[in-house]
Design a protein around this ligand. Structure first.
Ligand SMILES: Cc1cc2nc3c(=O)[nH]c(=O)nc-3n(C[C@H](O)[C@H](O)[C@H](O)COP(=O)(O)O)c2cc1C
Length: 216
């Protein structure tokens, strides 16, 4: 794929086909993404690849009726309030998304969010407890973007999901190797359902002039 097509063609996928992603392909994506830059080449990140039975268990605990009450809250503060012009963009996104219909069909009494939009694989990005600085989070964003672009280049879809890590205590229970880690973000990964309207709605961008300030 041409680089410009990779950049412009990637979009958040919110309905996946159920087919599993071959492990070799996941490995290729992560092997490419690990060339992402980081503060002084620290590469403080780890990625947990959750599939199969483990993902099934995660889905069922996330869907438990008392799931949100049990939560001790996310490891990193999530933004709640935005200035009006940015709040208007979040509203626009939610309006466009809901007009396009739901993501993966939710089981009764649950939301499609807890299904990770039906993805057969979820990547969880984490750092050692106590290590996270703003720049470690910044670095994690770089590798996450690399993963999303590499996946798109190989015909796969992704959705970066803060909501996937809103209950990190459950993740630590489920992933004993991560007992001392803090979870930054999840990325749903799988084959996109290209026909689903939720994967096709327009996502506007701020005008170029708002982004770029020329000086000199
Ligand atoms: C840090 C971060 C967290 C996000 N969390 C979610 C999420 O929990 N659920 C979701 O559906 N999309 C989530 N997204 C996807 C954004 O909504 C999406 O990137 C944005 O609307 C732009 O659309 P695009 O990715 O299709 O270009 C997240 C994106 C980022 C960068």
């Amino acid at each position: 794929m041409e680089f410009e097509d990779v950049i412009r063609g990637r979009r958040s996928i919110r309905r996946f086909k159920p087919e599993p992603v071959p492990q070799g392909l996941i490995q290729e994506i992560l092997d490419e993404a690990r060339w992402s830059p980081s503060w002084a080449n620290t590469q403080a990140w780890s990625v947990y690849v959750v599939t199969g039975e483990t993902l099934k268990r995660l889905r069922s605990v996330s869907k438990a009726p008392n799931a949100s009450e049990a939560s001790g809250g996310p490891d990193f503060r999530m933004p709640r309030e935005w200035p009006p012009h940015l709040a208007a963009r979040t509203k626009q996104l939610f309006d466009l998304r809901s007009a396009a219909g739901p993501g993966s069909t939710p089981a009764p009494g649950t939301t499609s969010l807890t299904d990770f939009y039906g993805a057969p694989c979820v990547l969880f990005f984490a750092v050692e407890r106590g290590l996270a600085s703003d720049y470690v989070l910044f670095d994690s964003g770089l590798i996450v973007q690399s993963v999303c672009l590499a996946a798109h280049d190989k015909g796969l879809g992704t959705c970066i999901m803060a909501m996937a890590v809103r209950d990190p205590d459950r993740l630590r229970e489920l992933l004993p190797q991560a007992a001392e880690k803090q979870f930054i973000i999840g990325v749903a990964l799988g084959y996109p359902d290209q026909e689903a309207p939720v994967n096709r709605f327009e996502r506007p961008r701020a005008p170029f002039e708002e982004l770029v300030i020329w000086a000199g």
